[in-house]
Design a protein around this ligand. Structure first.
Ligand SMILES: NC(=O)c1ccc[n+]([C@@H]2O[C@H](COP(=O)([O-])OP(=O)(O)OC[C@H]3O[C@@H](n4cnc5c(N)ncnc54)[C@H](O)[C@@H]3O)[C@@H](O)[C@H]2O)c1
Length: 344
C-alpha cells in the first residue's frame, strides 16, 4: 500500500521528542519532508534521525506547494500556527497543528472555517487527551459512577520552557507566543476539563501575573470557572513550580472523588461513599517514561488514521478554538477584575 506522506513544519523540541519519532515508527505513513528556517536545527535533526531520504527545506512553502505531501504537522511558534495551517489547508493538505491552536479566537475560527471549506482534516494536538489515565477518567465519569460533578481542580505547573527547549526566546514574547503559562500549560487542562467531564465552561474569573520570568506574558494564572451543570472548576497553570512538575486533575462527584494522576502520574485514586464506602486505585501502564528516548503518544497515529478514514477524530477543530476563547476570557477577567461569560 502507498504510504501516507507527511511533511514536518518546524524541527524544534516537540518535533524531536514527539512527532518525528512517531511518524518514523508508523506503518501507514512516511516522513517525506521537513522544514525549519534554522539550518543548525535541521542539520541536528536530520543527523539524529538519519533522515537520508527526507527532503529538507528552510521555507515551509516548499512543502505545502505542489504534491510532495498529503498532510503536514505544524510545530512552530504559536504566532505562525494559523497562517501556516491555513496555507496548508488551502493547498489541499491535512493538518495536525500544535497547541495553543492560534493566538486569538479570530485566527482560530478562520482555521476552523478553512478546514471546513477544504474538506481536509484539521486536528489540534491537545495531547493530554491521549493519556490512558485521562481516557479512563472520562470513561468512569461517563459511566455515572461518581454521579453529578460538583467540582474539578486542574493543575499544571513546572519551572518554565527554558528547561524544555534551547530556543526559548519566543515563549516569553507576547508577539510570538500570545500567552504564557496559560497557553503553554493551561490550555491542556482547560481542554481536559471539558473532555473528561463532558461539561462546557460557561464563565470564569481569573488572576494572572508575571513574577519571575523576563517576559511580557504571564508566568502564573489561577482561575475559577462555572461549568454547564453549575459545578465549579479551578485551574492553576504556572511556570513557577520548582523541584517537581505538577500535572493532574481531581474530580469531585456526588458519590465519590477521582484523583487523576495526582498521587502518581500513572494512577487514578478513586474514593467512593455510595453505594459503599471504598478507596481503590487504578494503575495504568505508562505510555512512556523519562527513560524512553521519545514520547510514545498515539497522536500522529490517530491523526493519520483519521485522515485515512480509519478512525473518528477524538479532537474536533472546534475543541482547539473553544480553548483559545476560554484563555482569552481568563485574560479579560484579569484585566477587568471581574467574572466574565465565555460566550459574550
Ligand atoms: N502538545 C504538547 O504537549 C506540546 C509540548 C510542547 C510544545 N508544544 C507546542 O509546539 C510548538 C513548538 O514548540 P517547541 O517546544 O517545539 O518550540 P521550539 O522553539 O523548540 O521549536 C520551534 C521550531 O520552529 C521553527 N520555526 C520558526 N519559524 C518557522 C517557520 N516559518 N517554518 C518552519 N519552522 C519554523 C524554529 O526554528 C524552531 O526550531 C509550540 O506551539 C508549543 O506550544 C506542544
Amino acid at each position: 500500500m502507498k504510504k501516507f506522506r507527511i511533511g514536518m513544519i518546524g524541527a524544534g523540541k516537540i518535533a524531536e521528542v514527539l512527532h518525528i519519532p512517531n511518524v518514523l515508527n508508523s506503518d501507514l505513513a512516511e516522513l517525506v519532508a521537513i522544514s525549519d528556517p534554522n539550518a543548525d536545527r535541521l542539520q541536528y535533526i536530520t543527523k539524529k534521525f538519519s533522515l537520508t531520504n527526507v527532503k529538507v527545506f528552510r521555507d515551509y512553502k516548499d512543502i505545502v506547494n505542489g504534491d510532495l505531501v498529503d498532510a503536514v504537522i505544524v510545530a512552530v511558534p504559536n504566532h505562525l500556527h494559523a497562517s501556516v495551517s491555513i496555507d496548508a489547508l488551502e493547498h489541499g493538505k491535512h493538518v495536525l497543528v500544535e497547541k495553543p491552536m492560534a493566538t486569538n479566537s479570530i485566527e482560530a475560527n478562520r482555521m476552523v472555517e478553512s478546514a471546513r471549506k477544504s474538506g481536509k482534516v484539521l486536528m489540534v494536538n491537545l495531547s493530554q487527551r491521549f493519556f490512558p489515565h485521562n481516557q479512563k477518567a472520562r470513561e468512569i465519569i461517563q459511566s455515572g459512577m461518581i454521579g453529578e460533578i460538583r467540582l474539578v481542580k486542574a493543575v499544571f505547573g513546572h519551572s518554565g520552557p527554558e528547561n524544555w527547549t534551547q530556543n526559548v526566546g519566543w515563549f516569553f514574547d507576547k508577539d510570538k507566543a500570545a500567552f504564557g503559562a496559560l497557553g503553554d500549560l493551561g490550555v491542556h487542562k482547560i481542554d481536559l476539563i471539558r473532555y473528561i467531564t463532558g461539561l462546557e465552561i460557561e464563565e470564569c474569573v481569573a488572576l494572572t501575573a508575571t513574577l519571575e520570568k523576563n517576559a511580557n506574558v504571564e508566568d502564573i494564572a489561577n482561575g475559577v470557572m462555572r461549568l454547564s451543570n453549575g459545578a465549579l472548576a479551578t485551574l492553576d497553570a504556572n511556570w513557577i513550580t520548582k523541584g517537581l512538575e505538577e500535572n493532574y486533575v481531581a474530580i469531585y462527584g456526588e458519590n465519590g472523588t477521582l484523583k487523576v494522576g495526582q498521587t502518581d502520574p500513572t494512577k487514578i485514586d478513586l474514593y467512593m461513599v455510595k453505594p459503599i464506602a471504598y478507596h481503590g486505585e487504578i494503575v495504568l501502564k505508562p505510555l512512556f517514561t523519562n527513560e524512553d528516548p521519545y514520547w510514545k503518544l498515539p497522536v500522529a497515529d490517530h491523526f493519520i488514521k483519521v485522515c485515512l478514514g480509519l478512525e473518528k477524530p477524538i479532537i474536533r477543530p472546534e475543541d482547539g478554538s473553544i480553548s483559545i476563547r476560554i484563555i482569552e476570557k481568563f485574560i479579560e477577567s484579569n484585566r477587568l477584575q471581574k467574572v466574565v461569560k465565555i460566550n459574550d
